[in-house]
Design a protein around this ligand. Structure first.
Ligand code: ZN
Ligand code: ZN
Length: 297
């Protein structure tokens, strides 16, 4: 029933088929050795100086045929810092015209070096709803906040992560995997199992599908939006729909590439201890612009 209503939004998605072991530098994998250009070294977190872990390398030439060229070509690489090192960040709260503080923290996106220079780090992006709640012209003020590296690595565009698409041409640099606090065995993606995927109720509504309250909470609906690791399809949002904006064109980066979620049949030990879901998205216009972020359940 629900499936019929959503038929126009059905997308193909794929569960990765995983094998333990190591392979070539350009293989799709988690942990292990990957492709680096001549002169490059293993990514180190600029905040704590620890090596970052390879969360995923995806060879875009080895995806299912129907995805050919959709995400571009080359290797997508994602490295994240997993340390508990504490870093200072800034957060905005809003000062209301009559004094007093709104208890609303608008964004937590600034870093220590910028924090010391200026009081305006990023324009706080209030939704219309939020603006209405706060009378007058609230003045953003900064509060110091302590965050950990691994939490920062869960935020799009943070310095505790590296995400990039490279073209593996020219001379390759064989870089050994450095010692890390936590090590995970290398796992290879050796194939893809196709599944059907549908959006979550909130996202379906954004595409003009009218749903009853009953439908929205029905298990039939919820199961249509697949949890766990998957390639393409629709994000299974742990919280609100929240695509980051492309730094180049400011459009929503809603080309959905990959979801990482630790569950019973876990493949990728990330995000931490099964606490959330990680998403890799892309700007459909600027395919080199990819972003990784997590939401916590
Ligand atoms: Zn770090
Ligand atoms: Zn763009």
């Amino acid at each position: 029933m629900v499936k019929n209503q959503l038929s126009d939004l059905k997308r193909q998605a794929w569960k990765p088929i995983i094998l333990d072991g190591e392979s070539t530098l350009d293989a799709s994998k988690t942990s292990g050795k990957v492709w680096f250009f001549n002169g490059e070294t293993w990514p180190v977190c600029p905040n704590c100086q620890n090596p970052m872990r390879l969360v995923l390398q995806l060879n875009l030439q080895q995806l299912p045929d129907s995805l050919e060229e959709i995400f571009g070509s080359g290797l997508l690489q994602l490295f994240c810092c997993e340390s508990n090192f504490e870093i200072k960040t800034g957060s905005f709260t809003l000062r209301e015209p009559m004094g007093g503080y709104s208890d609303r923290v608008i964004c937590i996106t600034a870093y220590e070096d910028e924090f010391s220079e200026t009081t305006v780090i990023e324009t706080s992006e209030l939704s219309e709803e939020e603006s209405e709640l706060i009378p007058g012209n609230p003045e953003p003020i900064l509060e110091e906040l302590i965050d950990t590296c691994w939490m920062q690595a869960c935020k799009a565009f943070s310095t505790s992560q590296v995400i990039r698409i490279i073209q593996p041409k020219g001379e390759v640099n064989h870089v050994e995997v450095p010692d890390m606090e936590k090590t995970f065995p290398t796992k290879l993606i050796v194939g893809w199992e196709e599944i059907e995927d549908y959006p979550c109720p909130d996202e379906a509504e954004q595409y003009g599908i009218l749903l009853s309250d009953e439908d929205k909470v029905s298990s039939e609906f919820i199961l249509l939006n697949n949890v766990g690791d998957k390639l393409a399809g629709w994000p299974c949002w742990a919280q609100n729909i929240d695509y980051p904006k492309c730094p180049l064109c400011k459009q929503k980066m809603d080309q959905f590439i990959f979801q990482l979620e630790e569950c019973e049949t876990t493949n990728f030990p990330y995000p931490h201890s099964g606490l959330g879901v990680g998403y890799i998205v892309q700007c459909s216009t600027h395919k080199k612009q990819v972003a990784f972020f997590c939401q916590f359940t």
